[in-house]
Unconditional design. Structure first.
Length: 132
């Protein structure tokens, strides 16, 4: 069954990974690469996407005159959606194991970040070939 693992990150005034000490940023990225490589080797990796910060997000609503685009401000929150994985695993428990591993990514100084990871079953997958 497919699951989406939504990685939430604490919103900070210090900016993103580009503001971390170089060695800490490199260790953080190496952790993600090793996790994704391991999932691919196990046949569980479907995909992963990192997202830009909310400062680059817009909200779009339909209207009679076309798309109405708002560039914020958005609802105040302490956490932001930083990225997500889609995994294909045999059990929910395996999805939880992967989420816990993602949560433990190292932060500044190597301490685990313990980020919240929301795990949700994928209800349906639509492939491009299903649309034609």
């Amino acid at each position: 069954m497919k699951y989406i693992l939504l990685m939430n990150s604490m919103k900070t005034g210090s900016g993103g990974l580009e503001n971390w000490p170089e060695a800490d940023a490199a260790a953080h990225l190496a952790y993600w690469k090793e996790l994704n490589t391991d999932l691919a080797r196990r046949g569980e990796f479907v995909g992963v996407e990192a997202l830009t910060g909310p400062e680059q997000a817009v909200e779009v609503r339909a209207s009679a005159t076309g798309p109405q685009v708002t560039d914020g401000p958005f609802t105040e929150t302490k956490e932001i959606l930083a990225g997500f994985w889609v995994v294909d695993v045999a059990t929910a428990e395996r999805a939880y194991e992967i989420a816990a591993r993602a949560s433990a990514a190292p932060g500044i100084g190597g301490a685990p970040l313990n980020m919240p990871i929301e795990v949700r079953p994928v209800l349906a997958s639509i492939r491009p070939e299903d649309l034609v």
